[in-house]
Design a protein around this ligand. Structure first.
Ligand SMILES: O=C(O)[C@H](O)[C@@H](O)[C@H](O)[C@H](O)COP(=O)(O)O
Ligand code: SF4
Length: 609
């Protein structure tokens, strides 16, 4: 085991002793005796299976058959989630064939960040994760279940489902993916047309044509953003069947994997002798495994918050130094857009998850003494699923990359480190993803140009006010201010400035998309400007130095001058009303800082004494 990975794991265990112990006590208490619906009254139970057919009623009454909860984030808004429409029927049939029952316990909301990007709805994006976690709890609180299946893929949905299911960590829980859409036009071509449009060199029709050829059918978008990062992390944490993350939707293999996932959940319940609840799978080692795989593949920066919140839901306290130390210890093994021109389908063709497990296990970068939904250890995850005469079987995966331009090796990586750096300085702490940066773009010192709204930056760009070396500061984008939206639509104008040869960078207390990459961006800066962060004192022309090599983010203004300055007051009312945002004031006020996961769910309620 790599010494740094071991050391980070041990310090997470040490700092989380009390919170993890409390968590385990909570889920052991919830385990109760026998099937959980056994504690319900006859009235409760009758309500719970009133709509079931006679067979299922008999099975549920018997208390000896497993009842599996289906929690689904199906909707038609996310191309990634549309395939879930047919899954409940598939799952119920599969579970029925093994003598158990599955009930659709509840739906959870899901926002497509691609639809809301650059629009008011994006202000709800991060908070929707916590709503998804709460919605998962509402569904499981019927307490009729012996296991659960989580149907979710995209950005905040998997983190929300993980947080919600960990609150019911006594239940065996299997995550059910649906897979990526087939490849469309290359993501780099899509990005080229966007930049051309930003410069007025492409028409809106040409832009829509390119976008529609990139996002063209059901399935997850093919760039390596937060959605595909979610799949990879959940599989490495042992919550998917081996190799199921990136099998395309609407294929016989995908359907076979969905049925098999449902049956696997019935095998892990407390009714048999193979009980394996999610709270015993998600432990410090599986969380560190998820971090290793995320960072070894240049995964989404959003996980510097989501995985913090997920870990907290399992009783673990992790921080950005854990991310940074692991990033420095793992090599960059893949080049998937935005960290290259390949997409997730090319990653699969080059070796996919089976090869990733193989490379990381052989290099001692993954803990192998872990629990998974398929038993102990990760060896089975070096295999990949195939249909043989209609039967789902697993075969040894590739031992070496089938396309070294997409998937390298630990011995000859694309970069010696994972390409995520933590920045520290008088402006606070932030993160920067360097895996997608061109050489020479990791250290920039330039005058600040300050914005308090991403749309103002657009106007300044179009007016030619940014055609110079500059560090654009977009502040009052943090959790407590406006809910920490993604500012991904800034990538095309900033990319144009970079291509014109200017030294340009972004500094913000907001987020970027997992699909953002080419422009150096110090993001998630905490404390946020709205909450006393020094960003609130930055003025146009101040010199800022962003240095990802030594991890510094510094406002080069002397202390006396800063002491004389007042914090700028935020003018954010236009972000607090409309599109439902007025209903989230309470949640915004309780969101923790970015490094604590920007989460509203772990405030301990002080007992009224
Ligand atoms: O974190 C992410 O991965 C993004 O939120 C992603 O889910 C989002 O949909 C992007 O906006 C898509 O990229 P484009 O906006 O470039 O299509
Ligand atoms: S990857 Fe992003 S754009 Fe694609 S479906 Fe998911 S949320 Fe929407």
């Amino acid at each position: 085991m790599h010494s740094t990975i071991q050391e980070v794991t041990e310090r997470i265990i040490e700092r989380s002793k009390a919170t993890r112990a409390a968590y385990l006590a909570k889920i052991d208490k919830a385990r109760g005796q026998g099937p959980h619906r056994g504690v319900l009254s006859c009235g409760n139970l009758a309500h719970g299976f009133a709509a079931c057919n006679q067979d299922d009623k008999a099975s549920l009454r018997s208390m000896t058959k497993a009842n599996v909860a289906i929690i689904s984030s199906y909707n038609d808004m996310l191309s990634a989630h549309q395939p879930y429409e047919s899954y409940p029927q598939l799952i119920k049939q599969a579970v029925h064939q093994v003598g158990s029952v599955a009930q659709f316990a509840g739906g959870v909301p899901a926002m497509c960040d691609g639809v809301t990007q650059g629009n008011p709805g994006m202000d709800l994006s991060l908070m929707s994760r916590d709503v998804i976690a709460q919605s998962t709890a509402v569904a499981l609180s019927h307490n009729m279940f012996d296991a659960a299946l989580m149907l979710g893929i995209c950005d905040k949905i998997v983190p929300g489902l993980l947080i919600g299911s960990l609150a019911f960590g006594h239940l065996p829980t299997v995550f059910v993916p649906a897979g990526p859409m087939p490849s469309g036009i290359p993501n780099k071509e899509k990005a080229r047309v966007r930049q051309a449009y930003a410069e007025g060199k492409a028409t809106r029709e040409e832009l829509l044509e390119a976008e529609s050829k990139s996002y063209h059918s059901a399935g997850t978008c093919t760039f390596y953003g937060t959605a595909n990062s979610n799949q990879l992390v959940v599989e490495v944490m042992g919550l998917h069947l081996p190799g199921s993350s990136f099998v395309n939707p609407g294929t016989p293999l995908r359907d076979a994997l969905t049925r098999a996932a449902a049956v696997q959940a019935t095998r892990l319940t407390d009714l048999g002798d193979n009980y394996m609840p999610i709270g015993h799978i998600v432990d410090a080692k599986s969380i560190v495994n998820g971090l290793v795989a995320l960072l070894a593949t240049g995964g989404s920066t959003n996980h510097t918050m989501h995985l913090v919140a997920v870990a907290r839901a399992a009783g673990y306290l992790i921080n950005w130094d854990d991310f940074s130390d692991i990033s420095n210890a793992v090599p960059l093994l893949t080049r998937i857009y935005p960290n290259g021109s390949a997409d997730i389908n090319h990653f699969v063709a080059a070796g996919g998850m089976a090869l990733l497990f193989r490379e990381l296990l052989d290099a001692g970068l993954l803990h192998n003494d872990v629990n998974t939904i398929c038993g102990k250890g990760l060896e089975q995850y070096t295999k990949e699923p195939v249909l043989e005469n209609g039967e789902l079987v697993w075969k040894d995966g590739p031992k070496t990359s089938l396309d070294t331009s997409v998937f390298s090796s630990v011995k000859a990586p694309f970069k010696p480190d994972g390409g995520l750096a933590v920045l520290n300085g008088n402006l606070g702490r932030g993160v920067i993803k360097t895996s997608a940066l061109r050489d020479g773009k990791t250290h920039i010192k330039a005058p600040a140009v300050v914005f308090e709204d991403q749309f103002d930056l657009d106007r300044a760009f179009k007016a030619g006010e940014l055609d110079r070396d500059c560090i654009v500061v977009v502040r009052f984008q943090g959790p407590k201010a406006i809910g920490m939206p993604e500012l991904h639509r800034l990538t095309p104008p900033l990319g144009v400035l970079q291509d014109r040869g200017y030294q340009v960078a972004l500094v913000t207390d907001g987020r970027m998309s997992g699909a953002s990459g080419k422009v150096p961006a110090a993001i998630h800066v905490t404390p946020e400007a709205y909450d006393g962060g020094l960003l609130a004192k930055v003025q146009n022309g101040d010199i800022i130095e962003l240095n990802a090599e030594n991890g510094e983010l510094t406002l080069l203004v002397d202390e006396d001058e800063l002491a004389r300055r007042e914090n700028k007051l935020a003018d954010i009312n236009n972000h607090l009303q409309g599109m439902g945002r007025e209903m989230f004031a309470g949640m915004r006020a309780t969101l923790t800082g970015a490094e604590e996961g920007a989460c509203s769910l772990f405030a301990t309620q002080v007992q009224n004494v």
